[in-house]
Design a protein. Structure first.
Length: 507
């Protein structure tokens, strides 16, 4: 039975208060592809606010009219929010404005403040402001400092609010993350800061908590007594494309493991929070990160694998190696693939390995969590090969949940086969689409920080990743295993599990 998918039941948390949204980096790719279409989606589903203004801020010279036209052209090519209705877009675009300036130019922020005051007065927005940093990370400190100097970081009245969304990467190691945290908290209070990870806006990720804590058939099994191991895969078929220069200084460990994949890990392993509010949920997620066994030199050698994609084929199309990509050092040791084995030293998960992997140019685009349960004692069926039960949470591209279990095949013989029960979000709840960015923006506008990262969690994640980076940096003569594009990564990744008598469950 499909859920109601009319506009008022679009699945967002509710209507936000009147507000201004100030989008730094408004002329950039992320703003045009994700943020502005997400705000449009909220607006047409009556979830943005009864009155609002979207003010773009960037170095690119533009007028209000040219900003509206540029944003409209980009939005029409975005499939995530569905077809753009011209009348609805015109209504939304009439609330778009533009304020050009350099990110470290104090006068530009004074002009921005005046523009906001005028718009808030004419539109009766109540002084509520959301600043969104959709810029290169290196200018985050400049923007934050200038907002503080211009007096824009604090609410103008006791009844108004000011919030700021900061995109990842939040630092490039523990030291820079701490430095950035301190820069932000010199100007904003922690309760004003929303560190965004779009993975957490996906329905299946959020459903992890619902699946576990609202279903009596799962929660009693979610522990070391019944779970054999957990696999988390975040795979892409794309290479670095035109981002070779950026990726050379980043790599898969920083880009994916430190943020997305550890976020998924903490949600899988989290203890039941005292209540479903931001403080309680984020406190429990932090405890998981703090319980993961720290890496030392020996553990990195035994439990972490890196790789780099070599030439290969995706479908019928030949693709180059990472080292042949524009902007990449021909002798590069930057990893495009990481697999790691984590151990969580707490009462619930002691002895249960979590296997993580992420990579580019892999065989399939997918993000998936697989929980494998311990085998039943096969006293009755000891002579038959029975697969263990597995629970799959498919996060992208097809959101859903699958369970595998053994069943008797038709016929007179006692033959057991593995069967799968599937739940699809699209089939179960209709064809309505909702972007992760729209979900998280709506949460922020309503002041719900549950699905956003906190400063201490960011630092805890970097504390886990930093020792791996240090070992790799020190191993200057080490080779980086190559894997053919279109495969599931280097052979060393398979050995990581085979050493434990297990194997990857490739989607």
């Amino acid at each position: 039975m499909a859920a109601d998918t009319n506009r008022s039941g679009s699945g967002y948390g509710g209507v936000a208060e009147p507000c201004s949204v100030i989008l730094f980096g408004a002329s950039g790719d992320l703003a045009k592809r994700k943020v502005i279409p997400a705000l449009y989606d909220l607006a047409i589903h009556d979830a943005l606010g009864p009155r609002y203004a979207l003010v773009g801020f960037a170095r690119t010279p533009m007028t209000d009219e040219s900003f509206r036209a540029t944003a409209g052209e980009a939005a029409k090519s975005i499939s995530e929010v569905g077809p753009i209705d011209p009348k609805e877009w015109d209504g939304f675009a009439s609330n778009l404005y533009y304020s050009p300036g350099d990110y470290n130019n104090q006068e530009a922020y004074a002009q921005l403040g005046k523009r906001l005051s005028d718009l808030e007065a004419s539109k009766k927005l109540g002084g509520n402001r959301l600043f969104y940093l959709s810029t290169p990370p290196e200018v985050y400190p400049d923007i934050v400092e200038q907002l503080g100097r211009a007096g824009l970081a604090r609410p103008a009245t006791p009844d108004s609010w000011v919030r700021i969304i900061i995109e990842k990467p939040f630092g490039r190691d523990l030291a820079t993350a701490k430095e950035l945290n301190q820069s932000v908290l010199n100007v904003f209070e922690e309760k004003q800061v929303y560190r965004i990870d779009h993975y957490l806006g996906k329905d299946t990720v959020q459903n992890l908590l619902v699946l576990r804590f609202s279903n009596g058939i799962f929660e009693p099994l979610w522990n070391r007594n019944y779970v054999d191991h957990v696999q988390i895969t975040a795979a892409e078929t794309l290479g670095v494309e035109r981002r070779g220069g950026f990726y050379e200084s980043t790599g898969a460990l920083r880009d994916m493991i430190q943020s997305h994949v550890l976020q998924l890990t903490s949600l899988v392993a989290v203890e039941p929070p005292a209540s479903f509010d931001a403080t309680a949920v984020r406190n429990e997620k932090l405890k998981v990160l703090q319980s993961i066994r720290p890496f030392n030199l020996e553990m990195v050698a035994q439990s972490v694998v890196r790789g780099q994609y070599a030439p290969g084929n995706l479908g019928d199309k030949p693709v180059p190696s990472y080292r042949q990509e524009p902007g990449v050092n021909p002798a590069s040791k930057t990893e495009t693939f990481v697999a790691a084995k984590l151990l969580i030293d707490n009462w619930r998960w002691a002895g249960v390995p979590f296997y993580l992997r992420t990579g580019k140019r892999l065989a399939k685009r997918t993000t998936e969590i697989m929980i494998q349960f311990r085998c039943a004692p096969h006293i009755v069926f000891r002579e038959r090969d029975i697969e263990p039960n597995r629970l799959y949470l498919n996060i992208q591209p097809d959101e859903g949940i699958s369970v595998t279990f053994g069943a008797k095949r038709p016929g007179t013989e006692m033959s057991i086969g593995n069967v799968t029960m599937n739940f699809s979000y699209r089939e179960g709840f209709g064809g309505a689409t909702r972007s992760a960015y729209a979900t998280l923006l709506n949460d922020c506008l309503r002041g719900d920080a549950t699905l956003f990262d906190r400063g201490d969690s960011v630092e805890a994640a970097w504390s886990l990743v930093d020792p791996i980076l240090d070992v790799w940096s020190a191993a200057k003569t080490a080779t980086v295993p190559q894997y053919p594009s279109g495969s599931w990564g280097p052979r060393e990744s398979d050995l990581l599990l085979e050493h434990d008598g297990r194997h990857w469950c490739n989607p």
